[in-house]
Ligand binder design. Structure first.
Ligand code: ZN
Length: 132
């Protein structure tokens, strides 16, 4: 199951990679396009700074390439194999999927990227907000 404490939780929900207690994003809805990539500076629960170094998240572009391909393959299998559409229709389905899911893909990539560098920390998660 997906629960706090495993990396997948932070990746899927955009939660702080260290404590999983709150979202890294200012607006939880990735489809508010002006807010898609707006993130908090640091976690208000554990004070982890998300942007480890300047331009840290540029690296997530490498990840988004892989994530995009994964979604494209999934769209192709669904359209071509499961729905029995023609090749052309399947390719249109891929393009539509990639465009429609772009905000999700961008966030997933950032989440995966930051989770490559940080791991869940039980002690930070427990820590009380006020007394630090
Ligand atoms: Zn945190």
């Amino acid at each position: 199951m997906i629960r706090k404490g495993i990396k997948l939780y932070s990746i899927l929900f955009g939660a702080c990679p260290k404590c999983h207690q709150e979202s890294m994003y200012i607006n939880k809805n990735p489809y508010v396009l002006s807010d898609t990539l707006k993130m908090h500076d640091h976690c208000s629960h554990c004070k982890t700074k998300y942007q480890i170094e300047p331009s840290f998240f540029y690296g997530s572009m490498y990840v988004s390439y892989g994530v995009g391909i994964a979604f494209a393959v999934a769209a192709f299998i669904i359209a071509y194999e499961l729905l029995g559409l023609s090749l052309i229709a399947a390719f249109i389905a891929i393009v539509v999927t990639l465009i429609a899911l772009m905000p999700v893909i961008m966030r997933l990539s950032r989440n995966i990227w930051i989770n490559l560098f940080m791991s869940y920390d039980k002690e930070l998660a427990k820590k009380d907000n006020g007394n630090s």
